[in-house]
Design a protein around this ligand. Structure first.
Ligand code: GDP
Ligand code: MG
Length: 178
């Protein structure tokens, strides 16, 4: 939920979900620090980062980003993690059909336990590995539409569509009435 009341300066808790290894932490680090570290290890311990984005209509959105600390392996803990979240990014790897199946599991979990007005994005990451693609953009797009999510393919490695992802979420957030 957007906990701020100032319509010009929004604040939102954003969670990332998806299989281990799909690039969740790399997406966050690309967005927040503008970096990609190919040697980065699996996230251990809690990870919390924030980043403020300025939109064209002069509103700002402060993302309070919760990156899983391996909770993807402990589905039972997930509801604690996404409690109070106004936005969720569900990530898969375009070269991994298993990760796309897992993404659909997370979408169902969010629909069951998340806030009904949560903004949800379906993200096909590692778009730079298109030569090894095994999830079609069209299938993912259709799945996203059926589940009232928006869909985008990104590459944390090349930075392709990373800012666009967060901008699209920001634009869709409900504006509090002044
Ligand atoms: P997480 O477990 O979902 O947080 O995944 P990580 O962010 O730790 O990334 C897992 C692995 O995928 C790492 O070796 C990254 O270097 C690699 N990776 C992440 N994003 C991309 C990407 O966009 N393209 C490519 N080629 N590799 C990526
Ligand atoms: Mg991680």
């Amino acid at each position: 939920e957007n906990s701020g009341t100032d319509p010009k300066n929004l604040r939102v808790k954003l969670v990332l979900l998806g299989d281990s290894g799909v690039g969740k932490s790399c997406i966050v680090l690309r967005f927040v620090r503008g970096q990609f570290d190919p040697t980065s290890k699996v996230t251990v311990g809690a990870s919390f980062l924030s980043q403020t984005l300025a939109l064209e209509d002069s509103t700002t959105v402060k993302f309070e980003i919760w990156d899983t600390a391996g909770q993807e392996r402990y589905a039972a803990l997930a509801p604690l993690y996404y409690r109070g979240a106004g936005a969720a990014i569900v990530v898969y790897d375009i070269t991994s059909p298993e990760s796309f199946n897992k993404a659909q599991y997370w979408v169902k979990e969010l629909q069951k336990h998340g806030s009904p007005d949560m903004i949800m994005a379906l993200v096909g990451n590692k778009a730079d590995l298109h030569d090894n693609r095994s999830v079609s953009s069209q299938d993912a797009q259709e799945y996203a539409e059926r589940n009232t999510m928006f869909f985008i393919e990104t590459s944390a490695k090349t930075a392709d569509n990373i800012n666009q992802l967060f901008e699209e979420i920001a634009k869709r957030l409900p504006r509090p009435t002044p």
